[in-house]
Design a protein around this ligand. Structure first.
Ligand code: SF4
Length: 343
């Protein structure tokens, strides 16, 4: 008989299951807390559960039905996990700790591969295999907590895949992360390449994460060269959706901008970007492009990066340069799935 995967059950479903096998309701609460709050690696860790019942659970249940296939640790402490699901497909998740902060951020994947085909992105080059279920998305965080014994404080939907192309599962995952892992919605960020109808739908959701937009260009001409989505959802209409999101949520949006040497890092681009963003409530996150093997794109020079930032800051926007985390293990932005076989 197939084992029951306990982390797939809500507390109510777990109570039903526990009662159906003749145990008391409070056992469900104990097990739920061991799984979601106390990072139990196995049933033996559940020390306040009586031994005979732990043996029953061992025989008939699993905590999770996916596993860590590989784990790479960067010199800066970033950990990149390759998670293997039941059907043998894999997705990557990255744990990052930033200096001087106690926050532990987990960057999760929402699809195996991606359909969007952004030219600068390693995942985009591998094509699309399938969506991840809400359970599979949340499992990435749970597995990492179990592996490290640490509590994840922030979640970013910025790994492999386009979250708004798997929107129903993302909405459920956000709910589970909030309810079961007790991570506030204020500590979740969702990054999209710009699927306009879904951005509008997200603006009307009850649980709204911080929205990050992969803009990466100040105009249609450059954006369509590097992001095929621009052909369907162009930058001018994207701006309307972002304004709508600003108006409905009153929150600042994060604008992500990968600076690619010689392509979108010029003074003219910076000035055009200032003009494009002037009516939006937003912060800007500049991401120096990470070169991968056999690359057609270049890193920006330090001088161009500084000047680009200076022009944006002069317009009154808050601008940060994203710290490069895990570059030595290909866990930096745009490098996920660059060197692993996802099947
Ligand atoms: S940048 Fe994001 S949306 Fe674009 S191909 Fe990569 S994973 Fe997909």
């Amino acid at each position: 008989m197939e084992k029951v995967v306990l982390s797939k059950l809500s507390l109510e479903e777990l109570i039903d299951y526990i009662e159906s096998i003749g145990e008391k309701k409070f056992r469900a609460q104990q097990i739920f807390s061991w799984i979601w709050a106390k990072n139990a690696k196995n049933f033996n860790n559940m020390t306040d559960v009586k031994k005979e019942f732990r043996e029953f659970l061992e025989k008939n249940c699993l905590i999770l039905d996916c596993k860590i296939k590989t784990r790479q640790i960067s010199i800066d402490g970033t950990i990149k996990y390759l998670i293997e699901y039941k059907d043998g497909l894999c997705a990557e998740a990255v744990l990052m700790r930033f200096d001087n902060r106690s926050n532990l951020s987990m960057c999760v994947s929402c699809q195996v591969g991606c359909k969007m085909g952004c030219k600068f992105c390693a995942t985009g080059k591998n094509g699309f295999k399938r969506n991840l279920s809400a359970y599979e998305i949340v499992s990435q965080i749970l597995l990492c907590q179990i592996d490290t014994g640490l509590k994840i404080t922030n979640v970013v939907f910025m790994g492999q895949g386009e979250p708004l192309d798997n929107f129903d599962n993302i909405k459920k995952a956000i709910y589970l992360i909030n309810k079961n892992l007790q991570i506030s919605i204020r500590r979740m960020t969702l990054s999209t390449s710009g699927i306009i109808p879904k951005i509008n739908e997200l603006a009307d959701c009850e649980l709204k994460p911080t929205l990050a937009i992969s803009l990466h260009a100040p105009n249609h001409k450059i954006r369509e060269q590097i992001m095929p989505i621009e052909k369907k959802f162009d930058i001018e209409n994207l701006k309307k959706a972002l304004k709508n999101y600003n108006d409905k949520t009153k929150d600042r949006i994060t604008i992500e901008y990968i600076l690619i040497g010689g392509l979108n890092d010029t003074k003219a681009c910076a000035l055009e970007l200032v003009e494009f963003l002037k009516d939006l409530k937003c912060n800007i996150n500049l991401i120096p492009y990470n070169s991968t093997d056999n690359d057609t794109y270049k890193k920006p020079t330090k001088k161009d990066l500084r000047f680009f930032k200076y022009i944006l800051e002069s317009s009154g926007k808050k601008v940060t340069i994203r710290l490069e985390r895990g570059a030595d293990i290909d866990a930096a932005c745009g490098q996920l799935a660059g060197k692993v076989d996802l099947s």
